[in-house]
Write a protein that binds this ligand. Sequence first.
Ligand code: NOJ
Length: 759
Amino acid sequence: MNRKTLWNVSLILLSSFMLVQCTPKGNDKFIDDLMSQMTLQEKIGQLNLLPTGPITTASGQNTDILDDIRRGEVGGIFNLKGVRDIRIAQDIAVKETRLGIPILFAMDVIHGYETIFPIPLALSCSWDMAAIEKSARIAACEASADGIAWTFSPMVDICKDARWGRVAEGAGEDPFLGAAIAKAMIKGYQGEGLKNNNEIMACVKHFALYGASESGRDYNMVDMSPNRMYNEYFLPYQAAIEAGAGSVMSSFNDINGIPATANKWLLTDVLRKQWGFNGLVTTDHSAIVELTNHSIGNLESVSARALQAGTDMDMGSRAFVAQLEKALKDGKITENDIDIACRRVLEAKQKLGLFEDPYRFLSDERAESEIYTESNRAEARKIATETFVLLKNENQLLPLQRKGKIALIGPLGNTRTQMQGTWAVAAVPSKYSTILEAMQRNVGERATIRYAKGSNFMYDEKFEERTWVNKGELPHLDDEQLLKEALEIANWSDIIIATLGEPAELSGESSCRTNLEMPDAQHDLLQALVKTGKPVVLLHFSGRPTVMNWEQKNVPAIMNVWFAGSETGDAICDVIFGDVSPSGKLTTTFPQTVGQLPMYYNHRNTSRPQDKDKWFEKFRSNYIDVTNDPLYPFGYGLSYTTFDYSPMKLSANELNIKNDSLIASITISNKGEYDADEIIQMYIRDIAGSITRPVQELKGFQRIHLKKGESREITFTITPELLKFYNNDLDFVCEPGEFELMIGPNSRDVERCKFILTE
Ligand code: NOJ
């Protein structure tokens, strides 16, 4: 036997010994036995969740993380990509540590793995729960095929302030829709409850209220009334917990003076006691060490506070490994506090089947055959078409015919690094098409397409750099020259398709803006294109609601395409050439000006509401320089066809609080020339409550497909449960009295009628 074989045999023997030691009995006894063998340091090591770059590098192996594992100081690793590297790390944990406890591998798989789906805000505009679930299912299949068992998704933070860059990562401003999406995502990721090796543990984030960061500035403080928390912000987190989410990530912000990461009321009283969550809580990246910046103590005491608040894993701070032993000696925590957290980490690994097989998610074959497949790409393409929101379509400019001379102009028209949008950690842009490539494929010989970049993203190169634009692909070029080239092509063309807006990283983490208009260089380009007199279709890219007054007034057709993922180019072609009618509807209000923020449809009425038909009135709740209206309301989005809404019918005018129900029905007819999907929305207003209530709240929606000429009756069931809210004592109640029911194609253009909830 040579030395290598001897080494392999001993490894196999050693690993089977470890596996026997770790074989679960499927109940707590296994964890009890395991924990009884663990030293204090080993328990604390399990609480450590570390990021790492690639282990295998051109210059050899990055051994730092491997040494951490050998020392027994790693419970989980995140954002390490690829079976080869993950296996190296897992091997060390399983074969070279005393108890062979496997590592939990995580990643920010936010809207797809290598097959990238539209950014979450865009996905929400599909209002298609089956499609959203499917996107998460495919993401889980691909990620798990590449070694990942845990994703830091979904992000369910409600956001009403478009300045916040991370509005891109959530489902918009509405808690009812947000809760439905949260459930769909959990179901998609966790499948049948983590039974299979293509199901991964979800992590609901950022708990809590991160989307309400003051002034839309990232990581900022949150001060909020309990009424608002429970009625407007908590619902999606709670829905995710009810759907069985395996883990939760605490948020960076403080809440009424206590940082979420050290907030016992939040992480224990609300999350565990009120909502019954029994899974794993991790901090956000470096959140424990950053608690010292929140000025609530030194590293030792904030580590102790975070642990006692209900945090189990310390992501990226290395504070638990550095401080908990000392905190224990100093009497700031007990060994039981550490045991509780360690048990939750081990339970998560147990749920994922890692003790039975630490290599459960590591298969070269799966990695080879299940990622970025044709069928996954087809789903992503289809879903992407559902997320585009047609904002304006004067004289039915869209859809276009595949003929003549098409000018494709704008910095987003020929890039493969920008289409996936923010937070696409595993994306491989070299595999994706640019819009130009997709369009050339799509029209073939039938039309001539010419492309010009037309402008930089913005004049200020330093600003552009802050948005991480890939300079290799999109160098900052001479402004005048770019415009000249664009105008030459524009003047040659029959139609201009302008691909303009935010670069991908102008939204997402740490990408907050105070000016929500189209960046200057592109805005000037757009003005010049419109001035040519050629028809202009604006394909507008953004990760947030933006301010588009000039565009709305001057550009004949505008479609918001967000960032639609790896299949953006093909999906755009499907819609602009009329194979699919656009059907997305906004899940955030688009303001007329940034000064209106925070802005959202489900606001309360105030004591002096603005009169609907008046612009400004002295001593009313309005601005002196702009109306209270949004530019585009929540739920808004056009189609190539027209839908007719019949008057609404109610099965009765009264509903009894004891388990009664009402049926609201309405007939929708497709009166236009295209088969298309429509999203029908139902809103309710509680006219007199014990606390002030919003002017309308989404309480139901349906997405239907109607062929041209087809009509269908749609029904919504209204139950007392649907009318409940958290009252001043935070009891979840419905109160007898009058209610207004609204049904329509968006939150503004609704049919209205009333009903009474009786005792
Ligand atoms: C910080 C972000 O806030 C969070 O969403 C993400 O999951 C972690 N970093 C890990 O990358």
